[in-house]
Design a protein around this ligand. Sequence first.
Ligand code: SF4
Length: 310
Amino acid sequence: MAYRYLFGPVPSRRLGRSLGIDLVPQKTCTFNCVYCECGQTTNLTCERREYVPTDRVIAEVDDYLATAPDLDYVTFAGSGEPTLHSGIGEVIAFIKDRYPRYRVAVLTGSALLADPAVRAALMLADLVVPSLDAISEEVFLKLNRPSPGITAGRVLAGLTAFSREFPGEVWLEVFIVPGQNDTEEELLLLRDAVAAIGPDRVQVNTLDRPGTDIRVRPASPRTLERVAAVLGGNAEVIGAAPDEPAMVPEAREVADTLLATLRRRPCTVTDLARISGLRPAEVTKYLRILEERGAVEPVREERGVFYRAT
Ligand code: SF4
């Protein structure tokens, strides 16, 4: 079966070997974060609906998991906000019922957690990784660029309610953009918010691949350590290492795999997506990194743009 809604498994620095499930078309999200690694949000929305057919997603998941693959997580992530899909609860329930040995994770920007129906839909997951980057409305608007009507206050209220109700683990991600949400004032607000939410882990992150706004730079390791210290006891830094601002080891591994393929033969983005199981947007980002390193170059041919190792 050719999979449309599954991607990977990909090595994830937090989740190990992770099979991705993509429930929304590129790129549908409640936010248009300046640091987003999936590109600009083209459908900025809060509307929950069946963006892709739930029964087809379940059929693909069933087909794949029936082969008993070695996975650390089945993860809802991909081309935007997975909780926008009205059938996410049904897909999670299917996996936990039919394949209970697999742990299910959901990555979310948290915008819809204020909706009790969304919180209920996630209850059977094992792990939810919500984001919270800013508490003051001004910084929130600049950084997350939300769909109209979403406020930082509403996001925080939803997150707090969710973490009280959810029986699984919550790993809160705080993404730091230098000059925007690393001020003392914003960090103290975030510290109080973290205390109210009470997540199992707090992960302080920064860019490791190019973001939507190319002017956004990664935070330095020193800044990340300072942020973690302010946020409190269980906060850990998961951002890029000091000498490797562009990529963490897992990302480098993916880039090297693509480069190894291109050393054998030139490929288009579509070719590489098919071979690697990555989404085309992901492939494009890795190619951009390899191009910046001078490791690959684009060549225009009749069938489109091919990339080849230099
Ligand atoms: S919430 Fe996530 S997917 Fe949506 S724009 Fe922000 S980083 Fe990208």
